[in-house]
Design a protein around this ligand. Structure first.
Ligand SMILES: NC(=O)c1ccc[n+]([C@@H]2O[C@H](COP(=O)([O-])OP(=O)(O)OC[C@H]3O[C@@H](n4cnc5c(N)ncnc54)[C@H](O)[C@@H]3O)[C@@H](O)[C@H]2O)c1
Length: 353
């Protein structure tokens, strides 16, 4: 099958290239956009034994001087300390402003590498090679980079778009089912906010049967939204559907025992039920989302009391002063951003949990 290319035009032009097996062509692809000859491939300890050699070999075959930096896998590594160590590796690799970094891995690798690239010598290029479903359909697109602080998740970061994104769906073959479902929760989100067709397909078919089409559709939706609103002042907020409550759930469990996708799925159901009760969403949408989540073994409820969910949500980045912006569906495929006084969130969510 030929490569599918999704071009992003603004604020910086870059291509997202989707093709099975193209990890071995990454050097050749990168050659077409690289300015310098030195690069550093960043990956984590799980992805290193799976894919690092193939990418390094491909880059070297295309004439690049390649170094690598490997950090311990997991969200716990998404810290300033890792960014600092990575910057040290950039220096050791002799990267200049015309050289580039490569993020080979999931969302943690992409966010950290993009952030380090955004501040190294006031900004160098980086290439994304996402290897989880979540990273392929979501985090590798749109230029949000960053790390966690002890005060909370993703609290430090920069908007820094990649120079190219290389998506090889074959990398998903080594993901376990839980990680796969984690990414599918975000695919369900894309369906609810923008594509009834995608949502219905996720409901009626098994996503494994149409994974390339799913990646293409999700990436196109994210491209369209982030092209219009790179700095998240309007439409980009739709991508946060399920995330305000989802982050609160993740925080409640100290980012352990529950995946991001599981928490977002529950967050989507809670917000949709609340919107239905308020008469702002068609009746029955929450039930459809629950059925879709269950198709992929994702939970739809949590035992956390609504007041605790709200308290966590009100500390979220999405809060602006006295107000909070929440995303609610009107029907499958159409969502809207609603501004609520922060004190009213608890009343809006009601007894949903
Ligand atoms: N920048 C954005 O716009 C954005 C959007 C959504 C999420 N995120 C961030 O993304 C992160 C979550 O991403 P994630 O779920 O990819 O996490 P991750 O990078 O930690 O990857 C999950 C696990 O899968 C392993 N892994 C990666 N690729 C693999 C493969 N092909 N086969 C086997 N194992 C593999 C990793 O080593 C890790 O253990 C969070 O930090 C979140 O904040 C960022």
């Amino acid at each position: 099958m030929s490569a599918k290319i999704i071009s992003v035009k603004s604020p910086k032009a870059y291509d997202i290239i989707i093709q099975n097996g193209q990890l071995d062509r990454s050097g050749e692809l990168i050659k077409s956009v690289a300015k310098g000859n030195n690069c550093l491939v960043v990956t984590d300890t799980n992805v290193e034994p799976l894919y690092l050699d193939r990418v390094v070999h491909s880059l070297e075959s295309s004439g690049f001087n390649v170094s690598s930096y490997v950090f311990p896998a997991g969200e716990e590594s998404k810290t300033f300390r890792t960014v600092e160590n990575m910057l040290g590796a950039f220096v050791s690799a002799g990267l200049t402003r015309s050289d580039f970094a490569v993020a080979l891995g999931g969302g943690v690798t992409g966010d950290l590498t993009g952030f380090a690239a955004s501040i190294y010598q006031r900004g160098i290029d980086y290439i994304g090679i996402p290897t989880t479903l979540l990273a392929q359909i979501d985090s590798s697109v749109g230029g949000k980079t960053g790390c966690d602080l002890v005060y909370g998740k993703n609290l430090a970061g920069a908007f820094h778009a990649p120079k190219m994104v290389i998506i090889d769906p074959d990398c998903l073959d080594t993901l376990d089912e839980k990680a796969y479902s984690d990414g599918l929760a975000e695919a369900i989100k894309y369906g609810v906010i923008k594509s009834e067709r995608l949502f219905n397909r996720l409901l009626q078919d098994d996503a494994h049967n149409f994974i390339n089409e799913l990646i293409e559709e999700c990436v196109s939706i994210k491209r369209d939204i982030t092209e219009n609103d790179f700095y998240e002042s309007g439409e980009r907020m739709l991508l946060n559907f399920g995330h305000t409550i989802g982050h609160s759930i993740e925080k409640y469990y100290d980012f352990k025992h529950i995946t991001h996708g599981e928490a977002v799925g529950i967050g989507m159901v809670i917000m949709t039920r609340a919107a239905e009760t308020a008469g702002e969403c068609e009746a029955g949408v929450a039930e459809l989302i629950i059925r879709c989540l269950h198709n992929y073994k994702l939970p739809a409820t949590t035992g956390i009391e609504p007041e605790k969910l709200c308290a966590g949500a009100l500390n979220d980045k999405k809060r602006r002063g006295k107000d909070i912006k929440i995303v609610i569906p009107k029907k499958i495929g159409t969502c809207t951003v609603k501004t609520l006084p922060a004190d009213d969130l608890s009343k809006y969510i009601g007894g949903n949990k």
